[in-house]
Design a binder for this molecule. Structure first.
Ligand code: UD1
Length: 336
């Protein structure tokens, strides 16, 4: 029996494919390559030393799903395939609702139809929005600030209801800020177009693509005035998915887990850690706050520790060193 990974060629998805393979599972990848390079497939085959079955298609297309479930013996699903730009979701909310929720509905229907026992959903800390007390726990209020965040929260709801009406189990994983890469540097984060996130932009400065980092706001009520996030190594996240597939939960039920480290780091602390990890100076300039940014967010990961037996093990220095190790081997992304 195999695990289907939708979006398995993406940044987080590709690392989960490797972790599942390392845990002894057979994996089938479904990806439409709209936001991922086909070269990721070669990289994954190299890393796993296996002929990884890959289906090219849209996870929201019932005909594609019919072919995937019909042609493979699948007993569990990890669903990543989704659009993920906050800004794009504000300018194209209907496109985001149609695409991100359409795929959840089609995939859940196909999975239940085929008697799949478990579906793990890629959710995000963005579901909490800016209102929660810190650290945020799974039962903290959920008030997403963007259509993208809404699609994650609604996706969770749809899957919980679908699980309750069937024999399937649904596990929602809310990621905090994923960074890092596989230690080999063979797979990693390759943003299409201009990256928006902090660590990819720091890497651009190190690679000489950007003169300096703009630090978005230094007047927050934090230790050094810059915003706080919970950065978590993508390999730790990947191991969290293996734990979510293994954990003992009852059929027809669902459970939600935060995946973070449980501690917050400011932008300037990330910069200092990157300078230390990479042994180079990284120039920066304080700029305006970025609209829509929240001051601080970090996770309470008690539930994942107690119920999944999972804890993040890798620290910030390793995240930054591993991230750079991928970037330096792929200065023009996967196409180089
Ligand atoms: C962002 C998204 C979030 C998404 C997450 C995925 C927004 C508002 N939020 O979260 O929905 O789930 O990415 O990874 O887009 N920063 C700088 N300079 C930069 C870039 C970032 O100072 O050039 C700061 C930001 O202001 C923020 C921190 O670094 O305080 C982290 O930013 P980022 O990596 O974009 O993550 P989030 O804002 O947490």
């Amino acid at each position: 029996m195999a695990t289907l990974v939708t979006g398995g060629a993406g940044f987080i998805g590709s690392h989960i494919v490797v972790a599942l393979h390392d845990a002894g599972r057979d994996v089938v990848v479904l990806d439409d390559f709209s936001n991922a390079s086909r070269r990721v497939v070669d990289a994954l085959r190299t890393l796993t030393g296996s002929h990884l079955p890959v289906v090219e298609g849209d996870a929201g297309d019932p005909d594609v799903l019919d072919a995937v479930f019909g042609g493979n013996r699948i007993d569990s699903v990890v669903h990543f395939a989704a659009r993920k730009s906050v800004a794009e979701s504000v300018s194209d909310p209907l496109g985001y609702y149609r695409s991100n929720l359409g795929s959840v509905i089609a995939l859940a229907a196909a999975a239940i139809d085929r008697g799949v026992g478990r579906l793990v959903f890629s959710s995000s800390a963005t579901v909490y929005g800016s209102t929660s007390a810190l650290p945020v726990a799974e039962d903290s209020p959920t008030v997403p600030d963007s259509p993208y965040g809404q699609t994650k929260l609604m996706g969770e709801r749809i899957l919980a209801d679908a699980a309750a009406s069937s024999d399937m189990r649904a596990v929602m994983l809310r990621y905090f800020n994923p960074v890092g890469a596989h230690p080999s540097g063979v797979i990693g984060e390759d943003p299409s177009g201009e990256p928006a996130n902090l660590v990819p932009r720091i890497m651009q400065v190190v690679a000489g693509r950007r003169d300096r980092l703009g630090v978005f706001g230094a007047d927050y009520s934090t230790v050094d005035g810059t915003a706080v996030r919970d950065y978590v190594h993508v390999m730790d996240l990947a191991e969290g998915h293996v734990a979510a597939l293994d954990t003992d939960i009852a059929p027809s039920s669902s459970r939600t887990y935060n995946l973070g480290t449980g501690s917050g780091t400011t932008v300037l602390q990330v910069l200092a850690a990157a300078e230390e990890a990479l042994g180079t100076r990284i120039p920066y300039k304080v700029a305006e706050r970025r609209p829509g940014d929240i001051e601080a967010s970090w996770a309470d990961c008690t539930r994942a520790r107690d119920e999944l037996g999972w804890q993040a093990r890798r620290g910030l220095t390793q995240m930054l060193a591993d991230h750079w190790n991928f970037v330096r081997q792929h200065l023009n992304g996967y196409e180089s």
